[in-house]
Ligand binder design. Structure first.
Ligand SMILES: NC(=O)c1ccc[n+]([C@@H]2O[C@H](COP(=O)([O-])OP(=O)(O)OC[C@H]3O[C@@H](n4cnc5c(N)ncnc54)[C@H](OP(=O)(O)O)[C@@H]3O)[C@@H](O)[C@H]2O)c1
Length: 266
């Protein structure tokens, strides 16, 4: 049996593709010959990401940057229409842009919860709603939602993110049956602590909430991981490649944890 992914010539949208996990996924897809549209807010970071991706040796594949704030409903159409204008199809959607705040519950206002829900929960839902009609017509679609372990294993210091992730898990599982009739597969990857800029910000926010140093917060977090390692973004990207390939043609509505064994569940 060959582990060839056969993704060359396909097209993907990666939200939050200018940094962290999204950038690792965009690079991995591009390296497999996939045309990639990355969408995020900061133009300079987008430009740098495009240069980093283009420096990878992949003949034939293209990458474009789309400046978009995923919290704005009208920007969702921009992402989809710009991708279709450039590439003519959308085979793969990677919903990844998210940035919920950590902090003690009593210190967090409604706005902190609303911001988290608006960007990640509604952002993912809106993108699925915008992309599915195209995938339905072609009877082929592969969607991966990057969620996070706090959906199933909530923590008091991360409730805006945890409530977002729980709802997204419900959405991913709930919509999978309906999409299956069109051969559209939707799955979730839930990373544990992953080495990105966001993980640095979370460590700072956790440290502040607990009144400890950032180093202490990081050391305590590491101690909760049975495998004793922070996840490199490339490992999330490798699993994403598998899930969007035909090797996973029978997998839909599932959540795969990549968290060093932190939240085994049952
Ligand atoms: N890192 C972890 O430990 C961890 C653990 C569990 C789950 N996750 C999840 O994994 C995903 C990626 O996290 P990460 O650690 O890679 O984050 P990151 O390093 O902070 O990167 C976030 C990306 O999203 C973009 N973004 C943020 N807000 C946006 C908005 N309003 N509209 C469009 N793009 C936006 C950022 O670019 P701009 O700021 O320029 O827009 C950037 O490209 C998130 O959904 C996160 O919840 C991460």
């Amino acid at each position: 049996m060959s582990l060839d992914l056969h993704l060359s010539g396909k097209t993907a949208i990666v939200t939050g593709g200018s940094a962290g996990i999204g950038l690792a996924i965009a690079k991995a897809l591009y390296s497999e010959g996939v045309n990639v549209a990355i969408a995020s807010r900061n133009p300079e970071r987008l430009e740098n990401a495009v240069s980093a991706i283009q420096s990878l040796p992949t003949p034939g594949a293209k990458v474009i940057a789309i400046k978009a704030d995923i919290t704005q409903a009208e920007n969702i159409d921009t992402v989809v229409s710009a991708t279709l204008a450039q590439f003519g199809q959308i085979d793969i959607l990677i919903n990844n842009a998210g940035s919920a705040r950590a902090g003690s519950f009593l210190d967090l206002s409604d706005d902190v919860f609303l911001d988290a829900w608006n960007l990640k929960l509604l952002g993912y839902i809106r993108l699925v709603r915008a992309v599915v009609p195209h995938q339905k017509n072609r009877r082929d679609g592969r969607i991966v939602n990057i969620i996070g372990g706090a959906g199933r294993t909530p923590r008091p210091g991360f409730l805006p993110g945890g409530t977002t992730n729980a709802a997204l898990l419900n959405f991913t599982r709930g919509i999978s049956k309906e999409l299956a009739q069109y051969n559209i597969r939707i799955n979730a990857i839930s990373p544990g602590a992953t080495a990105t800029e966001r993980a640095e910000r979370l460590a700072e926010q956790n440290a502040q909430a607990q009144g400890i140093s950032v180093e202490q917060a990081k050391a305590e977090s590491l101690q909760t991981i049975p495998l004793g390692r922070i996840v490199p973004p490339d490992e999330i990207a490798a699993l994403t490649l598998f899930l969007v390939s035909d090797l996973a043609a029978s997998i839909t509505g599932t959540e795969i944890l990549v968290d060093g064994g932190s939240t085994p569940g049952v």
